[in-house]
Each structure stands twice: as structure tokens, then as C-alpha cells.
Design a protein around this ligand. Structure first.
Ligand SMILES: O=C(O)CCC(=O)C(=O)O
Ligand SMILES: [Fe+2]
Length: 292
């Protein structure tokens, strides 16, 4: 394969995005962020990255800077995770309805989405290629489960090239079983302009690329939309204050975890009733939990 497929966010149909993801496991969306949001995000994050120390091990990169708690650092985070193409594709792959017995009833259950993590990643000159890996390995996901638990995004804050560390991806590797080893020779670089974004499934082998330049820092911002029943990779409950979460619209509060997964996970008890915890950060009344 010569390169990853690029679609234009301005006119791509969600079904086209889903079709390419289903086949290749990754797709580039051009013009994902408009110029003013891109500029805002750059202003919010680039100065913070500049004063951040580089990592301490091979995987996270000894010439790579990272920052998280992104919802506390840039409000454009909400625009990235709420983009209709990202939301629709993530729901398609992650929120697959399942049937379960509950006594005599066969009920259909569907999980929701949550933001598993967010991180700005700046790969510096001289950084070697990161080990190829699957991001859903964080929660021991297996191809045997027959479904995906994560759709990740890597948004380019600066241009991604084959020379400066553009994310390496093995197209189609989300179809592989758990035993097949990823080879560097199978991976191709993500080449995209600032403001474009790579969407990739949690089962796709990928890794930060080698930065062969002498003076270019490659800056990407990554978030994941995960099945709401897996443990969040980043601990938003400890990283973000309830006041800050309350300042975002309700759908974003829910994505951050002030929500339930389906009807069973994540409740909080008040006055003897198990409730959806969103009332802690929104003005809506505390609804009763629906019984399973
Ligand atoms: O920075 C990149 O291009 C990818 C980083 C990555 O995949 C990771 O740290 O899990
Ligand atoms: Fe990764």
C-alpha cells in the first residue's frame, strides 16, 4: 500500500470514513480543525510542551515531550472529541449492541463512549521509531472478542512527514490475530498537514515514527474514544476538578466519565437510590437509575 487513504472532513460521508476504517484500520481526515481552532490549540499547548522535560524510557521516547490532562489545558479538546465524523465512526465500531439474558427477558444492551486518554506528543529531532503496538493492549483487548474497544485520533498540530516522525501505521493489522508479530517493513508513515487528523482503531499496529530531521519537532495531539465499560487509561477523576468538568457541555462531561456505561456501570448512590452521576456536575436533577 502506497499510503493511507485521505478523505476531506468538509465533504466526507460518515459511511466512507467507516468503510476505509473497516478495511485499513486507519484513515486521514484533512481539514479536521478549522484554522482558528488549530491556532488556539497551538497557542494553548506549544508553550506548555516547550517547558516539558523529555521522556525517560524507550517506549515513551527520550527525545519526546508529552503532556496530558488536556481538557484542563485546551478547551479545543471538546471540539476534537465531539467532531461528528469521529463520534459517528467511534459509535459504529465501539458501541455495538449486544443481547443478554436478564431473567426471562432477552434484552439489548449498548455501551457508550468515553474519553480514555488525551496526550500532546512532540517527537524531537533524533528520536528513534517507537515499538509498534496496539493501543487497546492497555486494557488487554483481544482480537478474539470480535469487536473494537477504541477509536483513537492523532491530530497534527504541526505537519506530519515521513522524515519528522509521522505516526507509522500497518494498514489492515486490526484484522490480525493476537499472535502475528508486526514488522517495521510493513508500516507506512502518516503524512498530513497541520489541522488534519489520523483516525485509527485500537487494534491497529502503529507507533511514533523516527525523526530524521535536525530541527523539526513533530507535534500531535491524541485522544481516544473508548467503550465506556473499560477502565479509562488516563484518570480524569483525579486529574480534573468537578468544577472544571462542570464548565463543559453535558455531552463532554459524560465523555470524561461523569456518566454511566449503559445501565449498569458507574452509578453513585444518593438517598438510597443508585443514580447516574452526571447530576454532580450539571444542573439537571438526579435521575433514578433504570433497573436492569
Ligand atoms: O506519537 C505518535 O505518533 C504515536 C504515539 C503512540 O502511539 C503512543 O505513544 O502510544
Ligand atoms: Fe500508541
Amino acid at each position: 500500500m502506497s499510503g493511507l487513504v485521505t478523505l476531506d472532513s468538509k465533504d466526507a460521508a460518515p459511511d466512507d470514513v467507516i468503510e476505509v476504517l473497516q478495511r485499513d484500520g486507519g484513515v486521514i481526515l484533512a481539514h479536521y480543525l478549522d484554522p482558528s481552532r488549530l491556532e488556539r490549540m497551538r497557542n494553548d499547548l506549544l508553550p506548555l510542551l516547550e517547558s516539558q522535560p523529555v521522556g525517560e524510557d524507550e517506549f515513551f521516547g527520550k527525545r519526546t515531550r508529552r503532556i496530558s490532562s488536556l481538557f484542563a489545558k485546551t478547551r479545543v479538546s471538546a471540539d476534537v472529541v465531539m467532531h461528528p465524523l469521529y463520534q459517528t465512526a467511534a459509535r459504529h465500531f465501539v458501541c455495538v449492541p449486544q443481547e443478554r439474558w436478564s431473567g426471562d427477558n432477552r434484552i439489548e444492551v449498548t455501551c457508550d463512549l468515553q474519553v480514555g486518554m488525551g496526550q500532546a506528543i512532540q517527537i524531537g529531532p533524533g528520536e528513534g521509531g517507537q515499538a509498534l503496538h496496539r493501543d487497546d493492549g492497555a486494557f488487554f483487548w483481544s482480537r478474539r472478542f470480535g469487536r473494537e474497544a477504541r477509536l483513537q485520533i492523532m491530530l497534527a498540530l504541526t505537519e506530519f512527514t515521513a522524515q519528522n516522525g509521522g505516526t507509522m501505521v500497518i494498514p489492515g493489522s486490526h484484522h490480525w490475530d493476537d499472535d502475528r508479530k508486526p514488522l517495521a517493513s510493513e508500516a507506512i508513515p502518516t503524512v498530513m498537514a497541520a489541522g488534519s487528523a489520523l483516525l485509527f482503531l485500537g487494534g491497529v499496529y502503529h507507533g511514533g515514527g523516527t525523526n530524521r530531521t535536525t530541527d523539526e519537532w513533530r507535534t500531535g495531539v491524541t485522544y481516544s474514544l473508548d467503550a465506556s465499560f473499560v477502565r479509562q487509561e488516563e484518570n480524569h477523576y483525579l486529574a480534573l476538578t468537578p468544577e472544571l468538568v462542570a464548565s463543559y457541555p453535558e455531552p463532554v462531561q459524560r465523555l470524561l466519565g461523569w456518566s454511566m456505561s449503559g445501565r449498569a456501570l458507574g452509578w453513585i448512590e444518593r438517598d438510597g437510590i443508585l443514580r447516574d452521576p452526571n447530576f454532580l456536575v450539571s444542573s439537571s436533577p438526579a435521575p433514578e437509575r433504570i433497573q436492569i
